[in-house]
Design a binder for this molecule. Structure first.
Ligand code: C5P
Length: 223
């Protein structure tokens, strides 16, 4: 099989990272979570008490920090300048502020530059919002993974409970997910949109295994 670039986009909590990790493992590809990069910039800004209206400081920060990934036992570990942020970048505070940071064009161009560097290494599954449209427009496999907002909130709720994370109610989770999607879909630069040549998969009524096998078939056809 060939080492292909696989672009995986879609709204928040559609299961992109779960599926992308499994597909990467199956084909021996690397996995890149681009959302973790925007979350890392957001965390670093909050950590340094940079307010979100201080665009110049956030741009400078995005250019200065080094975001790195390391394989971990269960999940990929994320570091900002060598400091582990794997867990803290999943906080509500980061989730509530990340869309504003990700809407800054200069922050995006910095992240996209890094993402393209990572993707030159060969077989890769990269998940995000603009991978098929902007980061890897020539990727031979593009997936747009969706699910109903209710189902996405339900899965996140169950995941929080299973992990023992303090969770908001199902209704609050759904509202937060819809708000983030709305911000990500309406921003000026690289909004969340399905690339013309992307294949849409609706996972609302599918299991993880079913989604992984559907995507695997699409990749095998191109290999
Ligand atoms: O994928 P995840 O939900 O972790 O992404 C967090 C946020 O990062 C998104 O809501 C979006 O604002 C931003 N993002 C982006 N472009 C990407 C990946 C994530 O704008 N390629």
């Amino acid at each position: 099989t060939k080492a292909l670039q696989v672009a995986m986009d879609g709204p928040a909590s559609a299961g992109k990272s779960t599926v992308a990790k499994l597909v990467a493992k199956r084909f021996g590809y690397i996995y890149c979570d681009t959302g973790a990069m925007y979350r890392s910039v957001t965390w670093a800004a909050l950590d340094r008490n940079i307010t979100l209206d201080n665009i110049a400081a956030i741009i400078k920060l995005a250019q200065e920090i080094t975001i790195s990934f390391e394989p971990g036992a269960e999940e990929q570990r994320v570091f900002v300048d060598g400091h582990e942020v794997t867990k803290v970048i999943r906080s509500n505070e980061v989730a509530e502020n990340v869309s504003a940071v990700a809407a800054i064009p200069e922050v995006r161009s910095e992240m996209v530059k890094e993402q393209r560097k990572i993707a030159t290494q060969g077989g890769i599954v990269m998940d995000g919002r603009d991978i098929g449209t902007t980061v890897l427009p020539n990727a031979p496999v593009k997936i747009f993974l969706v699910a109903s907002a209710h189902e996405r909130a339900r899965r996140r709720f169950e995941e929080n409970q299973a992990k023992g994370i303090a969770t908001s109610t199902l209704e609050e989770l759904q509202k937060a997910i819809e708000l983030r999607d709305q911000k990500d879909s309406t921003r000026k630069v690289s909004p969340l949109t399905k690339a013309k040549d992307a294949i849409e998969i609706d996972s609302t009524h599918l299991t993880i295994d079913q989604v992984v096998s559907e995507i695997s078939k699409i990749i095998e056809k191109k290999c």
